[in-house]
Ligand binder design. Structure first.
Ligand SMILES: Cc1ncc(COP(=O)(O)O)c(C=O)c1O
Length: 391
């Protein structure tokens, strides 16, 4: 077997097989390219996977986050806390409603929101009578947060939890699937091509009741409640009724068909990513790098495999350049959100969330996806060894 050089150029990428292609072609030959049976089929499969029948598909995780916030009553001036180590979409979606954002620093081990730092911040916030309304947690890289601890704090301090599970389709927390919402009001998934499965672009929100699901279906399509349009059977077939202000967040039939086919392959994807992650951990253990800690009794979906350089004599940016020169895909996840110019203009500055900033300075995501094999990773590991042997 030879090295798959093309696949190594990406830190993550989609895997499309004949079954995926056929499912799209079938839609092209059908009567519906939008609002047809594939959407419901995909939502049912998602629901089954997550043990949660209230799944609603949309055109991106960003839209899904907006729905999660809106359905759970976010309003102007509400305070939303989240992690700085995420993509800007997590907090942007709340800002769009006029909410205020603040961050809780990460644990340097799990790279997720640190429950101890959260508790400290909550105590202070209680003293100043400015407790958060929402906490949006991110299962960074697909590794589940300590949901029980976060949930206990949400009960004590009375805030709502949303899970930005964009990285974590197929991951589980103590035998419960992420998306089952045992400790939260909503979970959000992304189907961008680098994620666990893809629909090209796309996302979904998993909710906790039929009422929330109907609201999401309505908001997804201009505030037109589809159940009402059906219910009003005394009206002619052309009738529709807009009862609130909504969006066009709809996914197409082509996307849903691809998602439906991909979700059947998810188990295989997760297994492969876990095998590859184990390989990296074994073969890179001799190098001055640290890996993300996965909590006991949790399965990470390994959307990302990140390393953190631990020897000050080596620079992350030099490693990035070296790997790129060798045509090895890598990426930095993430520039902490509070350091983005837009957020700095809202009052955030360097030094506010030290764990996130230290991690950012030294982190790099290595290639990890289902089209890679151990032989490809062996090449990456050898290159990494070359880099660290040059000092
Ligand atoms: C943690 C997180 N949240 C939200 C998003 C937004 O996803 P989408 O591109 O599907 O809107 C991403 C995408 O990278 C993400 O990584």
């Amino acid at each position: 077997m030879s090295i798959n050089k093309k696949a190594l150029e990406f830190y993550s990428t989609q895997s499309i097989n004949e079954q995926d292609k056929e499912s799209i072609l079938e839609v092209l030959d059908s009567d519906y390219l939008s609002r047809g049976p594939k959407i419901q089929q995909f939502e049912q499969k998602l629901g089954k996977l997550c043990n949660n029948k209230y799944a609603v598909s949309v055109n991106s995780a960003t839209s899904a986050l907006q729905l999660a916030y809106e359905i759970n009553g976010i309003k102007k001036g509400d305070l939303v806390w989240t992690t700085p180590i995420t993509f800007v979409a997590t907090s942007n979606a709340a800002l769009l409603f006029g909410a205020k954002i603040d961050f809780v620093d990460i644990s340097p081990e799990t790279l997720n929101i640190c429950p101890t730092l959260l508790e400290k911040k909550l105590k202070k916030a209680e003293f100043h009578s400015r407790l958060p309304d929402f906490l949006t947690v991110v299962h960074f890289g697909g590794s589940p947060c300590n949901m029980k601890k976060l949930y206990d704090l949400s009960i004590k301090y009375d805030f709502k939890i949303i899970e930005d599970a964009s990285h974590a389709l197929g991951a589980s927390y103590k035998d419960k699937m992420i998306g089952e919402n045992n400790f939260s009001l909503a979970s959000v998934f992304s189907f961008h091509p680098v994620k666990m499965i893809t629909t090209g672009e796309g996302g979904a929100v998993l909710l906790n009741s039929e009422k929330d699901q109907i609201k999401a279906l309505s908001l997804r399509s201009h505030g037109i409640d589809p159940t009402k349009s059906l219910e009003i059977n005394k009206k002619p077939g052309w009738y529709y009724e807009q009862s609130e202000l909504g969006y066009n967040f709809r996914m197409s039939e082509l996307q849903a068909a691809l998602g439906s086919s991909q979700i059947e392959r998810l188990n295989q994807f997760i297994k492969k990513r876990n095998v590859l992650a184990k390989y990296y951990k074994k073969h890179l253990a001799v190098l001055p790098v640290k890996f993300q800690k996965i909590l006991p009794n949790c399965v990470s979906s390994y959307h990302l495999f990140t390393i953190e350089l631990t020897d000050k004599n080596f620079s992350r940016d030099e490693l990035y350049r070296f790997l790129k020169e060798n045509k090895i895909g890598c990426q930095v996840h993430y520039i902490p959100v509070h350091l983005q110019p837009y957020y700095k203009r809202q009052g955030f500055s360097d030094g506010m969330f030290r764990n996130a900033e230290n991690y950012f300075k030294n982190c790099l995501s290595l290639p990890l996806h289902q089209t890679l094999n151990e032989i490809d990773l062996q090449y990456v590991c050898n290159k990494l060894k070359d880099f660290f042997s040059k000092s």
